[in-house]
Design a protein around this ligand. Sequence first.
Ligand code: EPU
Length: 308
Amino acid sequence: MKTVSIASHLETIPGIKVRTDVPLARLTTFKIGGPAAVLITPETTEGLQAAIRVLADAELELFVLGNGSNMLVSDQGFDGVVLRIGSALGAVAIAPGDVLRIGAGCLWSGVLRFIQKEGWTGLEFGAGIPGTLGGAISTNAGTRGGETFDALVEVVGVDRQGEVRVLPAAEIPHRYRSSDLPERFVVTETAFRVRRDDPAAITETIRKYQAERRRDQPEREPSAGCIFKNPPGGSAGKLVDLAGLKGEKEGGAIVSPVHGNFIINQGGATATDVLRLADRLKERVKREHGIELELEVRLLGFGPEVAS
Ligand code: EPU
């Protein structure tokens, strides 16, 4: 089915917003990339279920977008459907058994505010992660303090048939910075084990992580976060730094002088600039250290020939 007819079909569903030809640059933290053919924003789980059912028969690619961090959109954009899980699906509440239930569209900053105010410990490691909780599940987002699957109990979501399903964390294969959700599974809610603690102690831990991040990483300029995964036992940023590549440029993209694993959009950078620069870093790190770096950022709208 063509994107235009699918869009008009989707528009009849209550509980979702549909837009066509939507520039994705401003929906990503990199501020780079062309338009999505269709962008839908569910406001209710029922709306999402109905949309997924409509999309089930369409031979269109589907991409689930949260805060747009940790990703790079091609300059041509994405000729498919972007499903944006935002704050409408972002409630946070404590449930019996010391389980924190967090909507997939909630940002880590919202989670941190909640745990500080209410005095629940276990998720402080998320301080400084720019993304949503839904995004954190598919990327097993983490920091030096821990990673998403450490405290995860279960996720709730909508499967490719449009049914709501609960997946226990133990049944989701995961590893450093990635996990395997079922194909076309859209996470709507996450649940984490937490414990009571003193709000002041929680705030102190969060402030410490935030201060480290401000000291070690370029926080204000547009980037996708770390561009490469760390190789086992090492730091991609350090390898780039040791190879003398901080400040290296391609078009509007530059390797951050602060941290070697960040590529910054200095204004007007294209996705092509970023990939060319990343390729150069990979080549030079391979030559100097014999280590093959792998992209951490997800690519959207590139052909199959552009791999990690
Ligand atoms: N280092 C350098 N030069 C650099 C960068 C780092 O010498 O340009 C050194 C640091 O001095 C330190 C070591 O390398 O001794 C490790 O660096 P850092 O502590 O910054 O941690 P990282 O391994 O580079 C990881 C995560 C970050 C996360 C930080 C802090 C990955 C790829 N990176 O960075 O995650 O914020 O720890 O917890 O796992 C991300 O995933 O997008 C991300 C930014």
